[in-house]
Design a protein around this ligand. Sequence first.
Ligand SMILES: [Ca+2]
Ligand SMILES: [Ca+2]
Ligand SMILES: [Ca+2]
Length: 322
Amino acid sequence: MKYQFARTSISLALLAAAASSGAATTQTWDLTASFTPPLHANTITYINANAKQLTLTAYYADSLSNGNTINNVNETVGNSVRTASLETATRNATLKTTNSSGVWAGIGSFGGSGVGISNPRDTPATSGQENSTGGQHAIDNYDVYNADVYQSGRRIIRAGDVNRLTAESHAHDFLLMDFKEVMELSTFRVSWKRFANTDIDFFLSPEALTGSTDLTGSNIQTLINNGWRQVSLQNVTSCAITDSSASCPTQFSSAVSGYSAGMQGRYLIAAGMLGGNDDAFKFSQITMNLPSGGSVPIPGTAALMMLGLAGLAYSRRQSKTA
Ligand SMILES: [Ca+2]
Ligand SMILES: [Ca+2]
Ligand SMILES: [Ca+2]
């Protein structure tokens, strides 16, 4: 698997896949390739062995449409707690790729261990900067004080305490996956997570949405009103990249809240649980299925056709000179 920057390797990947590829209805993208260059980008396109593209775009939300920040989070939140007021605020927050200073949210490979997002509120606030502090380098809704907070000489908040949200603002990462065509939900692999009770909210676009889309300026509540469907998985399992056991990667199944067999769409958003603060994870693999009855040209067939054409051209030249 290669991403778009390594075009010279793509044809090799196709030929290598030709021998083992069956009916190519299952599409898998390996997200562990390191981005060199660039190290981080707001948008990355991966190309799998069947030449199917997956474009990832990093968004984040930290402010409401009225300009206020998501600031109702000055409260104690326990692990696995979904706070209704914060969930509502996050649903109504504006999705964006950059802050007012032009610092953008970046997708990072973070050592080839899967993709995460670093948003401008993560520190250091440099475009696409990898941040190794806590879970900030992951796709996360994780925000904590970076330093102790004192009141009247007494420490009231300990730096890094996950059970205290930042009082100033809450920032939330959103990963948009564009499969370029309508596909069915299948499986995904979480290669890293910050906490045991990491939960993911997915939002699948309506089947009718087949054209290009830009989420900038919209919010999750608007998307839901427009037919996007929420699929939520609690306590995701993380797997080593080399783990091929049955429990990895994680299936979209009836055990997943809001899921039903055959759900399909061109776009999929992944985010830490809306309304939570302890969800931080990285993806190393995404798999989708082409809708029932669909198929793509098998690379082996394409290669054989090209050989056939070459043979035809050769024989034509032969007959001309004869
Ligand atoms: Ca959680
Ligand atoms: Ca992050
Ligand atoms: Ca964060």
